[in-house]
Write a protein that binds this ligand. Sequence first.
Ligand code: ADP
Length: 397
Amino acid sequence: MKILVFNCGSSSIKFKLFHMPDENVLAEGLVERVGSKDAFASLKTPQGKTETNLSIVDYPSGFSVIKSMLLNPEHGAIKSLSEVNACGHRVVHGGESFGGSMPIDDELETGIEAVFELAPLHNPPNLTGIQQARLIFGDIPQVACFDTAFHHSIPERAYRYALPEKLYTEYKVRRYGFHGMSHQFVARQAAQMLGMHKYSVNLITCHLGNGSSVAAIRDGHSVDTSMGLTPLEGLVMGTRSGDLDPGILFYLCRKGYDTDSLDTLLNKQSGLLGISGSSNDVRDLELKADGGDERAELALDIFAYRIKKYIGAYMAVLNRVDAIVFTGGIGENGAAMRNRILSNMDQQGIIIDEMRNSVHAGVPGEIQAQTSRIKVMIIPTNEELAIARDTFKLTKN
Ligand code: ADP
């Protein structure tokens, strides 16, 4: 069975074709800067690479370029569209309705549209991608995989804010959590690596990339996570502030900021970039900090400190923690950052082996010292594969 996975952003379309159930990747590609004159599309298959910078003015033309790249007789991956048996789509926000991946029909599309307001940058392009795929591939099954779904198990005391109930009942203001496909994927893999049942493992999973979040997982189910109503809450991120005193917002309003400028400030100009004044990339900041840049050093320090605080909080929530799992670009590759985060936690039962930590990059494994009570694991995430697996599970019959 061939499953095509789509991850559609506001100006990019990522796609990957899997052969299931053996999980072989038959093709992967990307359309970047949709709508701009510098739009660019690429496809990689075992046969070679195709690149094109045809005009890609909108989503329909992006999808038609994807179709012709996949069908390209030289470097393509399929001879006819009918070889694709199902499509899986990443959908960022599922609101309160979707607690798992779902087959797509008109009603489900309406459900995705109903939460546009909660994810105005993500859900509209996600839905456009679904509609284009349904147009192009006709009657084959399509599946929506929600970033929020894995966190549906979070109890009310963790997902409710201390606001008047009306804000929850009328406006659905609550914590939803994101990166669910990633937290779930690494949690299942961690259970396997630990030789435990997927529903008996207790974990703290740290997804650290440009966007970052932590999840507390009890018996394989998410019971708390750092992102909230939107992906702005929680950890310090590349350009997002994460947690802050809401009083700052009123203070800045009185200084002349309006809704849009606050949105830009907190989502695009804060985090590592805002503190360092120079970069949102951990690698750049580490080089700068080594060269004596104090603001870069401070940015890394605040980033690590916030994660340490969440790990401490989730240890208190879970009581028993089998392993702390690192994933995402920083979590998988950033040995120095992992060290910063977990330093001085020996009294909590966490000691990392510096040697194992420093040699471990991008491959699954454990990096704790022999004397560490809690295991520390690196598990590369694979959200596309998680979507392909769910799509396969829901459509194989
Ligand atoms: P996204 O959230 O966009 O998917 P990624 O998970 O790819 O992001 O993570 C991107 C981040 O990973 C970059 O900002 C960079 O700081 C970090 N990163 C990648 N490689 C390393 C490395 N070797 N050491 C430290 N950080 C790294």
